[in-house]
Write a protein that binds this ligand. Structure first.
Ligand SMILES: [Mn+2]
Length: 307
């Protein structure tokens, strides 16, 4: 709501959008980045709560600094619009994903050239934007690469009877894209066999990252020109982000993740991204702030990492 001119100087709370930006900086027509909150949760297998992820990220974001000292600027100057939460049908996961796909295509058509960053919600929602981008690029003779940061490979053909499960999201797209998964430390023999059998699937296990140097060069070497980033926050170590449905020990830490993202945004065309699977724990603010800052860093690198 626009506060009347004579009342502007009073101590109003920050607007309830990503970063708490004023109307000019969050205007969707002007903004170069768009936040799409999708609080969908239907197939989570252990801890629930991802439906509260987008609102917790946006709430925490209103209290982080706009200035980025690494880049020495305020990345929000590009304009960041926050769309209302998109509520999907619970009739069935297939119907929900079809709804999301239609909405995502409509958004790309209505906001061409903008960087769309989707906030989940459970990881199953990522297949809709990934396939939307795979189709758009294929029409141009190009092939999408997906950079998946995750504890889990998510390559099961189905899980608990559903091919639309969060644990199957990358199986749903694996024939259409080149997939590079980073931070993995929970997988099955069947998923391992699938990765070994296909030369478009590459997994960087968390223990190799922990032990070695040069893994970022290797990740870059596997990514094509056009990249979609699907970031499951359980890729982080649970000491940093315990607020997720299926936490796994031995995850990634903050600075290696930033080093990876900085290089990917600098050296590739990142078409869009998502950040999923935050299941906020009441009273535990640090993970919400970490994920809010991760989202802001992605937008910052998208527009300023090229230097
Ligand atoms: Mn995961």
């Amino acid at each position: 709501m626009r506060v009347p001119e004579p009342l502007r100087q009073l101590g109003w709370e920050l607007p309830r959008n990503f970063l708490g930006l004023d109307e000019g900086a969050s205007d969707v027509a002007r903004a170069r980045a768009v936040i799409l909150p999708v609080p969908y949760e239907a197939t989570v297998s252990y801890g629930a709560g991802t439906a509260g992820g987008p609102s917790a990220i946006i709430e925490a974001s209103r209290f982080i600094e706009l200035y980025d000292q690494e880049l020495d600027l305020e990345p929000c100057d590009v304009g960041i619009a926050t769309l209302p939460e998109l509520h999907l049908t619970h009739a069935s996961p297939a119907d929900a994903l079809a709804e999301l796909r239609a909405a995502y295509d409509a958004l790309l058509d209505a906001a061409p050239g903008k960087f769309v960053l989707m906030l989940g919600g459970e990881h199953s929602i990522s297949s809709a934007p990934i396939l939307a981008w795979a189709d758009r690029l294929a029409a141009d003779g190009r092939r999408l690469s997906v950079l998946q940061v995750d504890a889990h490979t998510d390559l099961r053909p189905e899980y608990e009877g559903s091919p639309f499960s969060h644990a199957s999201v990358m199986h749903r797209v694996h024939e259409r894209v080149d997939l590079v998964a980073v931070g993995i430390r929970a997988t099955t023999k069947e998923e391992r066999d699938l990765v070994r059998a296909r030369d478009n699937l590459h997994v960087f296990y968390a223990d190799h990252i922990h032990d070695g140097d040069g893994w970022i060069d290797d990740v870059l070497g596997r990514l094509g020109d056009d990249v979609y980033i699907s970031f499951d926050v359980d890729g982080f170590d649970p000491s940093l982000v315990p607020s997720t449905g299926t936490p796994e020990p031995g995850g990634l830490t903050w600075y290696p993740v930033l080093a990876l993202l900085r290089r990917v945004f600098r050296e590739r065309n990142v078409v869009a991204a998502d950040v999923v699977e935050l299941a906020p724990i009441p009273g535990l603010a640090a993970p919400d702030f970490l994920v809010a800052k991760l989202v802001y860093k992605m937008i910052a690198y998208r527009y300023f990492a090229r230097g």
